[in-house]
Design a protein around this ligand. Sequence first.
Ligand SMILES: [Zn+2]
Length: 288
Amino acid sequence: MTQAESFIRHVIKKQEIGHAYLLESAAPGQALREMRLAARLIACEKGNGCGECPSCRALASGNHPDIISIQKAKEAYSVQEIRTQLVGDMGIKPYRFPRKIYMIPEAEKLSALCQNVLLKTLEEPPSYGVILLAAANRHAFLPTVLSRLVCLSADEGEDAPQKEEGASPEAFYDFLNGLRQAYAADCLAIPDQLAAQGISPEEQLRLWEKSLQMIYTAKGGGPLPAEEFLRKKLWKDLASRLSDRQLKDLWEDLQLVKSRLRSYMKANQVLGLFMIHMRDALLESEEK
Ligand SMILES: [Zn+2]
């Protein structure tokens, strides 16, 4: 059983079904399968996908009025599609069943604009609303959106392909941990040092994105992914030091870094400057 399935079964049992779940798997079709399973379990009157209750039967007939799969006409979702099929539709009460469940397949194809349109619904869903997203990668999402989602791995436990992440990122987290005490000049040198330890600028960028997302998640009080358990203290500490505005600025800054990394040669300098911004933000909040 995948983490996603066992988690969903658990919340159904506890009668604590949340409003938004992201099912993540890089394996083709896997996140989609798990999303459909989650919808079936949540909608089932017995909570186990019994196959016999009215909800399960409606689903089997392909005609469940309260499980809606968002459709896209092109490769990516359009804002209009998200508005009409989800945001607007969510305001209409379920036709027949207690919950209305929306499924978004290939949710990594939601642009930042679409995600922003979705955000308000994620923040204040009606009591009957559940949104399920299937995506290859949670890093496709804005941290504001991600902080509203419970992220679940849709990969089968033992057989899950381990992502090759190159060198151990621990050196990066060590620097992040001590960043407040670093001098600006040191910040500029850190990306080079990390690169020398096998953490490429691209990987550093990825780790920065992930870090900001974890800080957002910690700030929103959302559950951190299981693999981040050991770093929980770091994320909570950083979340307590940075304001929403600072985090937003840093995120935008990081997007600039990303675009510059593509065009500049001196990747490490760009990353070093970002480190200074992050450090300054941490010091600024300390002065208050
Ligand atoms: Zn059933």
